[in-house]
Write a protein that binds this ligand. Sequence first.
Ligand SMILES: C[S@@+](CC[C@H](N)C(=O)[O-])C[C@H]1O[C@@H](n2cnc3c(N)ncnc32)[C@H](O)[C@@H]1O
Length: 268
Amino acid sequence: MKNKKQLSEEEKAEPESYYFELQASWGLTKHMGGLEATRKLIEACHIDKDSYVLDVGCGVGITACYLAKEYGCKVVGVDLSEMMVKRSNERAKRKGVDGRVEFRVADAQNLPFKDGIFDAAISESVNAFMKDKQKAVSEYVRVIRPGGYMGFNEATWVETPPSELVEYLSRGLGGAEFLTPDGWKSLLESAGLTDIVARSYKTGAWRQWASEVRQMNPRDYLGAWGKFLSLCFKSPAARKWVKEISIPPRSVFRIFKYFGYGLYVGRK
Ligand SMILES: C[S@@+](CC[C@H](N)C(=O)[O-])C[C@H]1O[C@@H](n2cnc3c(N)ncnc32)[C@H](O)[C@@H]1O
């Protein structure tokens, strides 16, 4: 048996520190509500072909590339993880949109952009991971022009959850802290936005799964899971994470009684 000193860095890491690196290496990031939620967010932020859009916490670049391809707009995606940015660039090339979308490494809480340069700033399933959520929202607002829109799609407690569920999801999902609809909405109000729209939705395990498959397309989705299985085979960190999050299937279905998502949009 190895002692602590002999363990690799990967084996020693806490689940939250490698959660996103695992996602990047298997090439799959996701958010609640999948493509339907993304479309609603795009519409609520009034994004069209002339918009210049910032996608904060872009993950493997699915929404940024979708915007560039389907709406024809110019997009900048930022993510804290270098590996995510690499995956996003690969995706943009594969999708033939690398001329309209660019990616860079940046922290949502300290964006490397001048004030007022974007028409819209969006983020999907990112703010739950922020240490300082209000600072992040203030940054999104700072970089959009007056009259521009800021909107996010976030996992939301649609019913008061048991404390073990809060603790389990935070541990399994990179230390995330999820809010109620009022909690998320108040971030927009405190940032001085107007015309605020806040809508929350319930979903279910099957519906969530189907929406993820649709968002990625079935071939990419299966490929990502194939990569994940091979990663589990090779990487102790991946196995450790899977062990941490494993619960009986019945409990997975029960999570969705409390755990839904919401769209939160405001105008500068
Ligand atoms: C759950 S994933 C969602 C990715 C993508 N928006 C999607 O819907 O597929 C969260 C993403 O936020 C990124 N992230 C976490 N903290 C961040 C921060 N402070 N600044 C920028 N990105 C961050 C992670 O690296 C990860 O790619």
